[in-house]
Design a protein. Structure first.
Length: 334
């Protein structure tokens, strides 16, 4: 795994593009995946519960998971709630659990609140894989497939520091505390800033509850209180969407540098337009494919990788038309 202790080695490379290579765990299943003996996996019923419906990150993940399940002759269905909300997702888990699936892949929207429901489902015999987000209880799930989000936060810090000329104030806006992925991104970002960027002042993190309009208002009010604001890190897609809109409304697009997370169509449009300067993009298709592979391995009694880290890329406007990075641009349909 790429170590945060090695973050200083990346500083010189962030100028144009930085891709984090898969870890050894990922390499064992990615690219040259071994041919699976699907005798015990065929016709197994599995469900993927996404963090929220309609999000291009999860659509991209689901499309890849469905394709891999078909390849392995397994039956996969996709479900999810309309909002990023623990109580709403718990209702989906309970509904899916009533059908007693052989396997469940899930992106938990809270690190603790959903654990009892997942434990109950696991105790009933369903094999669980955690994708993208996770839970804090290590006994839940046979595999966890995700980006190295803490490393992604470091990537974001390096990118925004370069864009800011390594000085001024920077703001982080994220969804809400308690989400494992975004918490890790903020941790990596803040540690990198504290260790290596003494001329940058990191303002207190703000949370928009996944509402772009809130993020727009937050960046505008921060600008009024801190005229030296030179950079913003958007911890998730909706934060990036709101920040870009808020800066455009007050004529500060391009003057205040923005690094977003993920590469959904709206964010890509903002990157092309110059309201976002860099996107730290994940590989949701790789997450979905490899998680399905691990459930198949479990059904067959073969070794299962407990942790899988998929690659990320820091993408600028100039990289958008490069086929090498097409997999990092999220889709709106299969």
């Amino acid at each position: 795994m790429w170590s945060l202790r090695s973050r200083h080695r990346l500083i010189a490379a962030v100028g144009a593009l930085l891709v984090l290579a898969p870890t050894a765990c990922t390499a064992a299943t990615g690219g040259g995946r071994p041919t699976l003996n699907i005798g015990n996996a065929a016709h197994k019923k599995i469900t993927l519960i996404t963090g929220v419906k309609g999000d291009p990150f999860y659509i991209t993940m689901a499309c890849a998971a469905e394709a891999e399940a078909r390849n392995l002759d397994m039956d996969l269905t996709v479900d999810g709630s309309e909002q990023w909300d623990a109580s709403a997702q718990r209702a989906v888990i309970d509904s899916v659990g009533a059908s007693r699936p052989d396997g469940l892949l899930i992106s938990p929207v809270d690190g603790d609140a959903l654990t009892p429901s997942l434990r109950q489902l696991q105790a009933a015999g369903t094999k669980i894989g955690l994708v993208d987000t996770s839970v804090n209880d290590p006994s839940v799930g046979i595999t966890r497939a995700s980006s190295d989000n803490e490393a992604g936060g470091v990537l974001a810090a390096l990118a925004v520091a370069k864009q800011m000329g390594d000085q001024g104030s920077v703001l982080v806006i994220s969804v809400k505390p308690g989400v494992t992925t975004t918490d890790a991104r903020i941790k990596g970002f803040n540690e990198e800033m504290a260790a290596h960027h003494p001329r940058i002042t990191v303002l207190p993190t703000l949370y928009d509850n996944d509402q772009p309009a809130t993020a727009a208002a937050q960046v505008q009010s921060t600008l009024a209180a801190h005229p030296d604001l030179r950079g913003v890190f958007a911890g998730n897609t909706n934060a990036g969407r709101g920040i870009a809109a808020g800066l455009k409304q007050v004529g500060k697009q391009g003057l205040v540098k923005v690094v977003g997370f993920d590469a959904e169509p709206d964010e890509i449009a903002s990157l092309r337009a110059g309201t976002i300067q860099v996107l730290v993009a994940q590989d949701p298709a790789g997450i979905g494919t490899q998680a399905v592979d691990q459930l198949a391995a479990a059904f067959e009694g073969r070794p299962v990788l407990k942790e899988i880290d998929t690659p990320m890329a820091a993408i600028t406007k100039d990289d958008l038309d490069n086929p090498r990075f097409a997999k990092y641009l999220y889709r709106t349909g299969c």
